[in-house]
Ligand binder design. Structure first.
Ligand code: ADE
Length: 226
């Protein structure tokens, strides 16, 4: 998979890709991530990427030309499955969307700033709009980092244990069951005895029940979906 991220603040985005699982995925060539600074696609001396709104109103708008130049340059080099715009009014990211995008070959992610982009960018270049939640960030970069993390960890080979992404919370619309490790008892707090029984079918059943009970208590809305 190849991800091209278009941003005015590449430095805000880079560190998540320089540590841990994302770094290893890139080093193992399981994913390529490229950053494109929108200011490199400007045509005036001031390297402007934004301007005031037509019709009046507070806040600057990202101009179409540098975005067009950058996206068109990329699209002349290879075919993209999706051109994603990070915006609070996009569809809210969930595990299903992450699963779907993780199967793509090449994607572009455009990070918005200020009031957002000229509507014509959305009308003519963007194929999908994604929000990471109902709150407003100062730019799309942190949202893009969240989206990339959620999709890259699903690429086969990225996680050590191939099954572990499948047993994550949300993969079956259930939260994950409780997990424990050593010590067996800490300050008098014990690990459920069943987990030492060696009875794998029974442990599996217990985990399923716990997952269901947890979901019912904490996220009943998930049980209504699908
Ligand atoms: N840009 C600003 N707010 C955002 C959000 N909630 N999700 C994605 N991109 C954003």
């Amino acid at each position: 998979m190849r991800i091209d991220i278009i941003t005015v603040l590449p430095e805000l985005l880079k560190s998540p890709f320089e540590a841990s699982i994302l770094k290893r995925a890139i080093e193992a060539n399981l994913v390529e991530v490229h950053f494109h600074n929108l200011r490199d696609y400007t045509s005036d001396n001031y390297k402007s990427i934004d301007d005031t709104q037509f019709g009046g109103g507070a806040g600057m708008v990202m101009m179409i030309e540098p975005i067009d130049k950058c996206i068109s340059q990329l699209q002349s080099e290879r075919k993209y499955d999706d051109v994603i715009y990070m915006t609070p009014d996009g569809e809210t990211l969930n595990q299903g969307i992450a699963n779907h995008i993780s199967l793509k070959e090449n994607i572009i992610i455009l990070c918005g700033h200020y009031k957002g982009v000229d509507q014509r960018v959305r009308d003519h270049f963007i194929t999908r709009e994604i929000s990471i939640g109902d709150y407003v960030l100062s730019g799309g970069e942190l949202g893009a980092a969240v989206l990339c993390d959620a999709i890259i960890r699903l690429i086969p080979g990225v996680l050590g244990n191939e099954t572990s992404a499948l047993t994550d919370s949300f993969q079956d619309n259930l939260l994950a069951p409780p997990i424990y490790t050593r010590p067996r008892e800490y300050k008098g707090w014990k690990v459920p005895e069943l987990l030492f029984s060696g009875n794998l079918p029974k442990i599996e059943k217990w985990r399923e029940e716990q997952a269901y009970e947890r979901t019912k208590a904490l996220r009943p809305d998930l049980l209504d979906e699908k």
